[in-house]
Write a protein that binds this ligand. Structure first.
Ligand code: 13P
Ligand code: SF4
Length: 340
């Protein structure tokens, strides 16, 4: 595996050295201006990180922002594959990620070597690969998709062309149902979305019969079968804002509820439960590694950073550019604060 992370040098400032009296938010704003940096954050980040970000979005919107920004530095508050996409699309910019260990279970499930082997076993198939994967897996793919453009892109591929879909088997199965295709699926899953319990969801629906369920397509079919809306994080947010209902059950990582409460403070949002009836399973442990302190430190130290060897970057760029070319046009979301 190519290591794309540049770690802090030994003399870099550490968390223990942060002055406890410091107004972190004000310092982050000051450093951001001084270094001409932009802070991009995913909806699964902690509320305080979302609040300080210049732009909060889903993985497609964040990729577009990273490609278009004229900042010198992109502080990517999300996980590593997202920061890598920013670097692939904006190679001359410094791209930093608050915690270098912020990975993704889908990326972990699909290593480059077995993925290339999978492709070699099916030479007549094109590969449509979910953006939640390493730069190396992207480089070995034909098309990259996100949950918000996958159906649209697959529908543009010739009907008789067989397709391999990696790495999320639940998203792949959902897309097979939506498009009528029979894509061969890589067996990866998201550890967060896989843990929702159908039985507990049914119990919650009985207690809230008028509450629509909004779910991310990384959830298993047993959960999606109960959903009134299935889509990317941004479409879930737009759905709850636009709906006339006043209570919703949310089957995705629960930090998105922060944006829902800001956009629709009079509505009630219930996190879909896990097997023990609690909603603790709806926390992405990788996203949770990023904190305000680490965000401050990566602005000070300009590391952990993303470095992608040129050849790999160029190979990974082609399927990403195909994705941007084939995506539906961006939609202005009612919920997005955009200072990027
Ligand atoms: P979105 O593309 O909907 O933002 O999803 C990203 C992700 O990692 C979901 O788990
Ligand atoms: Fe990866 Fe799942 Fe976390 Fe999204 S929620 S970053 S798919 S582990």
């Amino acid at each position: 595996m190519v290591d794309t992370i540049v770690l802090p040098p030994v003399d870099a400032m550490t968390e223990a050295e942060i002055d406890p009296t410091l107004d972190l938010e004000a310092e982050i704003e000051r450093l951001k201006r001084e270094k001409n940096a932009v802070i991009l954050a995913h909806y699964y980040q902690d509320g305080e990180i979302q609040d300080i970000a210049d732009f909060v979005g889903d993985s497609l919107d964040l990729s577009r922002k990273a490609a278009a920004t004229d900042a010198d530095m992109i502080v990517f508050c999300g996980v590593k594959f997202m920061a890598e996409v920013a670097k692939i699309l904006s190679p001359r910019k410094t791209v930093v990620l608050p915690d270098h260990e912020a990975g993704c279970s889908l990326e972990d499930s699909c290593r480059p070597k077995p993925f290339r082997h999978f492709r070699e076993k099916h030479p007549d198939h094109v590969s449509v690969t979910y953006i939640n994967c390493s730069a190396e897996v992207k480089a070995a793919s034909d098309y990259i998709v996100t949950s918000s453009n996958a159906e649209h892109i697959i529908n543009q591929l010739p009907e008789d062309k067989p397709i391999l879909f990696a790495p999320d088997r639940h998203l792949g199965a959902y897309l097979n149902r939506k498009t009528g295709r029979d894509m061969l699926l890589w067996p990866g899953t998201c550890i967060v979305h896989e843990q929702f319990s159908e039985q507990e969801l049914i119990k919650l629906k009985v207690r809230h019969p008028d509450a629509p369920v909004a779910a991310h397509p990384e959830c298993p079919e047993s959960i999606l079968g109960h959903a009134d809306h299935v889509g990317s994080t941004r479409t879930i947010l737009d759905f709850v804002i636009q709906s006339e209902a006043d209570t919703f059950i949310i089957a995705t990582e629960q930090h998105i509820i922060h944006q829902m409460q800001k956009a629709a403070p009079d509505k009630t949002f219930l996190a879909a439960p896990g097997a023990d009836g609690s909603c603790n399973c709806a926390n992405c442990p990788f996203m949770a590694l990023n904190t305000l302190e680490k965000l401050y430190l990566c602005l000070v130290n300009e590391v952990p950073g993303i470095h992608i060897p040129k050849d790999l970057r160029i190979e990974a760029l082609t399927p990403l550019e195909r994705m941007l070319d084939l995506s539906p046009p961006p939609v202005a979301s009612a919920s997005q604060r955009d200072a990027a």
